[in-house]
Design a binder for this molecule. Structure first.
Ligand code: ITT
Length: 201
């Protein structure tokens, strides 16, 4: 059996790594997690995803995937958005800070999760794949599954927050799953396997 090509997941977020291991389980690649710790200086999700993916490519020489994502609350003008990872040092503090800012704002607190994946491959232009999930922020934690804002994000029509869903259920609705589907459908990962086969390894 030919070697599977390696694909670096450029993140330090254990929740993301776990999700990519499942989302790309049948993609024919061997995933390697690597935290580039780049400064997320971009002004868009795409720019930040590119910074992560290209830093990992230049350090490892391997095809690399960067993920930039966030939660945007409509009544807060899209906040925290790009700042989603910076609202506090822990998940509890981040969710508490977001809920503090929503105090007094009439519900429903419509929101969406956004995910942009950048795929950086040597000698090719970096490619981008996006996904979103619309829903609502709720005022108290529900469930302990997932990571980040999952326990306060209610998915319409399910009666559940992401925190109340097992991984296979979150995968049906999530922004990251939608972006990963776009990546898989593009054929970009199959091209990686094909190029390995051509080299006869
Ligand atoms: P890397 O940059 O190392 O990948 P990070 O956690 O800093 O890790 P981001 O800059 O993309 O990643 O920040 C996204 C933040 O948005 C993340 O820390 C969570 O707080 C939140 N977030 C993103 N996707 C989420 C999801 O599926 N469920 C809950 N929260 C999520």
């Amino acid at each position: 059996m030919p070697d599977r090509p390696r694909l670096v997941i450029a993140t330090g977020n254990a929740g993301k790594i776990g999700e990519y291991r499942e989302l790309l389980a049948n993609a024919g690649v061997e995933l390697v997690a690597f935290d580039t710790e780049v400064d997320e200086a971009g002004e868009t999700y795409s720019e930040n995803a590119r910074l992560k993916a290209e830093a990992a490519l230049s350090k490892s020489g391997l095809p690399s995937l960067g993920d930039d994502s966030g939660l945007e609350v409509e009544a807060l003008g899209g906040f925290p958005g790009l700042k989603s990872a910076r609202l506090g040092p822990t998940q509890k503090e981040r969710t508490a800070e977001l809920l503090r800012r929503l105090q007094g704002v009439p519900r429903p607190w419509k929101a969406r999760f956004v995910c942009v994946i950048a795929l950086a491959v040597a000698g090719r232009d970096t490619r981008f794949f996006e996904g979103e999930c619309r829903g609502e922020v709720v005022p108290e934690w529900r469930g302990e599954a997932g990571f980040g804002y999952d326990p306060i994000f209610l998915v319409p029509g399910t009666g559940k927050t992401f925190g109340e869903m097992p991984p296979e259920e979150k995968r049906r609705y999530s922004h990251r799953a939608a972006a990963a589907r776009a990546l898989l459908q593009s054929g970009a990962l199959s091209e990686l396997s094909a190029s390995i086969d051509k080299r006869g390894r």
